[in-house]
Design a binder for this molecule. Structure first.
Ligand SMILES: *[C@@H]1O[C@H](CO)[C@@H](O)[C@H](O)[C@H]1NC(C)=O
Ligand SMILES: *[C@@H]1O[C@H](CO)[C@@H](O)[C@H](O)[C@H]1NC(C)=O
Ligand SMILES: *[C@@H]1O[C@H](CO)[C@@H](O)[C@H](O)[C@H]1NC(C)=O
Length: 541
């Protein structure tokens, strides 16, 4: 190393080693929190000073109830709290969210259509925003940070725009958006990403990028409908919150949302389809995938002893095993009995035993999912295919039997079937025959495994790990004090200029004038000339 390099390294360390970063991660869902926390912890490990509003604090002051699954998941990432990673605890949001779901009979354990999810979206963001502002911890943080200087804000980019009021009271730092899902309208719009309903499927649809006429029609409808919901519901709600909690600030909530330096997406194209993106949007890959921790000894032993592989059956954190109706449960039990040499790990969130449980099935309320999927004997994952589960199955190369319920799960199920990396089963079609046929196909036909391994090698083939890539981009924004050079001008264009309406009107006007003039000249000169000649001729006859 020559002295210049050393100076360079020193300058580099000096430049970014002590940045004050504020993280705003509102959604009380472990699958949303996991990738974002992976990034904030990595930044803290690099020496940055992090203050993070999160529903999954690592040194949680709040008491979550025992039977609450997210709490148990939290144990998995229980790391030593870092001195320079301060958590502002909003984990009470989990309990509140459950309470509100129960009160309003909202169930995430039934089939929900894309239109319904989009139509209800503003209720969700409204409620989650109110949870953040309603937290005494956040109120106190607002007082504490008011007038201080923050160098950068990390922000979950799901239209919680009012929370960007923090930008206004902390010296206008650049904002980096984070997204734990495949991008869709709420995150595409503020980055200026093109949404072409002709070949970019809305990520809540069971469509691929090659759509039929009816799929394109529905895709267009969802795109327009979600614009409408955003414009007339989401935006005003966020504007109200901004005024209510931050007073008379300079920018509107919309301007804050549309002024992010960068959007980092915790996903890649192994689990979606190619599509155009502005340079202010980067896919880094699934950030939440960690080196799997060793399995508990007895579980490891049980898995090692499986004669003919293992099936892992978990419908994610929203769906409880007990909420699968009895006849559907029986369908699985009977089907598992037909594969006595294959062992089954069944995530079963209830204190009661499963009646008629076969010998080869092991029930647990919770499993360390990544360590399970990494086990060499694991052959099949029966999943609701939320994005994180799909990404983990892909990373570890495990074929999937997808049972999608709502939001992006249908999109993932379609991608899995499309790639030949698994099969789909409609929740309503769960019968013994349907389950058995699919299990048999998935366990005997080697193509599914091969195709999933192909996706696996795609997702693993990156110059840097997803978290390291994201850290690099965050420091890039820090080094350049924002990234306005990546901001596409489309964000400032009125819609009629974007669609070139003014230009087309201009061209049409000119064409019209030319045609009119030509017609005028024709009738006035040539035509009269011919006519007069003709009449003259007639007269002469
Ligand atoms: C870290 O950030 C917190 C909150 O913004 C601040 O109070 C503290 O002084 C910062 N520490 C350093 C070393 O900058
Ligand atoms: C956008 O953010 C930058 C800092 O990243 C700030 O200097 C600028 O004033 C902001 N503009 C708007 C319109 O919010
Ligand atoms: C920040 O402080 C200023 C003046 O000290 C005050 O007017 C403003 O209301 C405070 N903002 C918040 C969000 O607390």
């Amino acid at each position: 190393m020559n002295s210049l390099t050393i100076i360079g390294v020193l300058l580099y360390i000096k430049c970014c080693s002590a940045a004050n970063i504020l993280g705003i991660f509102p959604t009380p869902s472990y699958s949303h929190q996991k990738p974002m926390l992976a990034l904030s912890h990595a930044l803290a490990k690099k020496g940055h000073n992090l203050t993070v509003i999160t529903a999954n604090p690592s040194q949680g002051q709040s008491q979550l109830t025992e039977n609450f699954n997210q709490n148990k998941l939290k144990l998995q990432i229980k790391e030593e709290p870092m001195k320079n990673h301060r958590d502002i605890d909003i984990s009470y949001g989990y309990k509140e969210w459950q309470r509100v779901q129960a009160m309003n009979h909202i169930s995430l354990q039934v089939r929900i259509s894309p239109s319904k999810i989009i139509g209800d979206m503003y209720h969700y963001t409204d409620f989650f925003t109110s949870l953040v502002f309603g937290s005494p911890n956040v109120q106190e943080l607002m007082r504490e940070l008011n007038g201080t200087k923050i160098d950068l804000i990390l922000y979950e980019s799901l239209y919680y725009s009012s929370l960007l009021g923090f930008k206004e009271i902390t010296g206008d730092p650049p904002v980096v958006g984070l997204l734990s899902l495949h991008p869709f309208m709420l995150s595409d719009l503020p980055q200026g990403n093109p949404m072409f309903p002709s070949y970019v499927p809305f990520s809540f649809l069971p469509s691929s990028d090659k759509m039929t006429f009816w799929e394109r029609l529905f895709n267009l409808y969802l795109t327009i409908y979600s614009h409408y919901i955003t414009e007339y519901y989401l935006k005003p709600i966020q504007e109200n919150y901004l005024r209510k909690y931050f007073g008379n600030v300079k920018y509107t909530a919309e301007a804050l949302e549309y002024n992010k330096s960068l959007l980092i997406i915790s996903a890649d194209f192994a689990t979606s389809y190619p599509r155009p993106m502005q340079p202010n949007t980067v896919y880094v890959g699934p950030m939440h995938i960690i080196k799997p921790k060793p399995l508990p000894v007895n579980l490891q032993k049980w898995m090692d002893e499986a004669e003919d592989g293992i099936i892992y059956f978990s419908l994610g954190s929203n769906m409880k095993g007990t909420s699968v109706p009895e006849e559907k449960r029986a369908a699985f039990i009977e089907a598992f009995k037909k594969f006595p040499k294959t062992r089954v790990l069944w995530k079963w969130e209830a204190d009661i035993e499963l009646p008629g449980k076969p010998e080869n099935v092991l029930l647990r309320k919770w499993f360390p999912q990544q360590s399970i999927l990494a086990h060499p004997k694991l052959r099949l994952f029966i999943s609701q295919v939320g994005v994180q589960s799909f990404e983990e199955a892909t990373f570890y190369g495990i074929p999937v039997l997808a049972i999608p319920m709502f939001a992006d799960q249908d999109f993932h199920a379609r991608k899995i079937v499309e790639s030949g990396a698994g099969l789909k089963l409609e929740f309503d079609d769960i019968t013994f025959e349907n389950v058995y046929d699919r299990l048999k196909a998935l366990l005997t036909n080697p193509n599914y495994k091969e195709n999933m391994m192909r996706l696996s090698s795609i997702t693993k083939d990156k110059p840097m790990s997803p978290v390291d890539t994201a850290v690099w981009w965050v420091e890039y924004v820090l080094r350049h004090k924002g990234a306005s050079h990546l901001r596409p001008a489309v964000l400032d264009l009125p819609w009629y200029q974007y669609f070139m309406i003014d230009i087309f009107i201009f061209i049409l006007t000119i064409l019209f004038v030319i045609i009119y003039l030509l017609n005028f000249i024709y009738t006035k000169t040539i035509k009269t000339n011919i006519n007069s000649k003709y009449y003259k001729h007639k007269k002469d006859e």
